[in-house]
Ligand binder design. Structure first.
Ligand code: PEP
Ligand code: MN
Length: 348
């Protein structure tokens, strides 16, 4: 850390900061300018708050030189993290496509969707069974029955399943079924949940909070990594802004910024980012052009009748069109969509 003293800081105040640095186990490096004094605090500082020094008399400001998200940072891990998820790899040159309904509604709905998205080129199936709804009176998800339907869909199509977990109390049950745990926007800073997932060795898809900064997203990833679970995928899903024409505003900047700051794979959710099926393909294309490692997209066989997020859900044929467009963009970027195998069971 670099501690910048006020121009009128007294020698006593400078000495006090130096002593403070030494007491925290760091080395102090003094650089006396004509107008101001800079003091470097050298050593392991990622777990220290800048406030430790900001509160001291005579200190003007404190700047970090290394990132506070040490495990997620590219500073100490320059190569991309690439890890396998049943049937494909994420974080490498291949772009992964996760698709499925917002909520699992019935056996037939999830099986029909699973076959359709697989046919169109999806690598993994999404579907919520515990839903974080704004109203407690809205559909809350099918729970374990939904997990059973998803497991059947996985058996039939060969696609791993991505399911949102809302609380660590759901962990034991979900561990039996789920391939990738999704942490939703509303739970990005549920630190107990993040710690519990850090203890598992299953991939976690961590979504950015509604009003979370990029640094806060990375600090949340750090909770999971600190538990020893290295398989974290970050997901931009739009943030809240003053704009009301769309449900959220896609922070497309977040993709190159995250790719620059971290070695973890970064994907985008164009469904929640826009809230309108009409805009999903455009933003999906933009994400791949911006360097995203994948997409998670809501697809429903009958969006008008969906119990949640129908307005932003693509019909399977629209999803298939989107995949073709995304493939073309991927090629321009020197990448490809991760290939898919044949379904294990044809029809259902
Ligand atoms: C979802 O994926 O259905 C969902 C609730 O997403 P988010 O947490 O991004 O709102
Ligand atoms: Mn949804």
């Amino acid at each position: 850390m670099l501690i910048i003293m006020k121009p009128n800081a007294t020698p006593q105040q400078i000495e006090n900061v130096v002593q403070h640095i030494k007491q925290t186990g760091l080395a102090a490096h003094l650089s006396q300018g004509i107008e101001t004094t800079l003091i470097g605090a050298i050593g392991e500082t990622h777990d220290m708050s800048t406030e430790t020094f900001e509160v001291l008399d005579g200190v003007d400001m404190v700047k970090r030189i290394t990132q506070p998200f040490k495990l997620a940072s590219r500073q100490f891990h320059p190569e991309n993290s690439v890890f396998p998820i049943d049937g494909f790899k994420v974080g490498g040159n291949d772009i992964v496509l996760i698709a499925g309904p917002c909520s699992v509604e019935s056996r037939s709905q999830i099986l029909e969707t699973a076959h359709a998205v697989r046919e169109a080129g999806a690598n993994a199936l999404r579907g919520g069974v515990f839903k974080p709804r704004t109203s407690p009176y809205s559909f809350q998800g099918l729970g374990e029955q939904g997990l059973e339907h998803l497991a059947e869909a996985r058996e039939q199509t060969g696609m791993p399943i991505v399911v949102e977990i809302m609380s660590q109390t759901q962990l034991d049950l979900m561990l039996k079924y789920v391939d990738v745990f999704q942490v939703g926007a509303r739970n990005m800073q549920n630190f107990n949940l993040l710690r519990a997932l850090g203890e598992t060795r299953k991939t976690v898809l961590l979504k950015r909070g509604l009003s979370a900064t990029i640094e806060e997203l990375l600090m949340s990833a750090e909770y999971i990594l600190a538990g020893g679970n290295k398989q974290v995928i970050l997901c931009e899903r739009g943030i809240r802004t003053f704009e009301t024409a769309t449900r959220n505003t896609t922070d497309i900047n977040a993709i190159p910024v995250l790719k620059n700051l971290t070695h973890l794979p970064v994907i985008l959710d164009p469904s929640h980012a826009t809230g309108h099926a009409d805009y999903v393909s455009a933003i999906a294309r933009a994400a791949i052009a911006a360097g995203a490692d994948g997409l998670i997209v809501e697809v429903h066989p009958d969006p008008a009748r969906a119990v949640s997020d129908g307005k932003q859900s693509l019909k399977p044929e629209k999803f298939a069109e989107m995949v073709k467009q995304v493939k073309a963009i991927a090629e321009v970027m020197g990448r490809r969509i991760a290939p898919v195998g044949k379904p294990l069971v044809v029809g259902w």
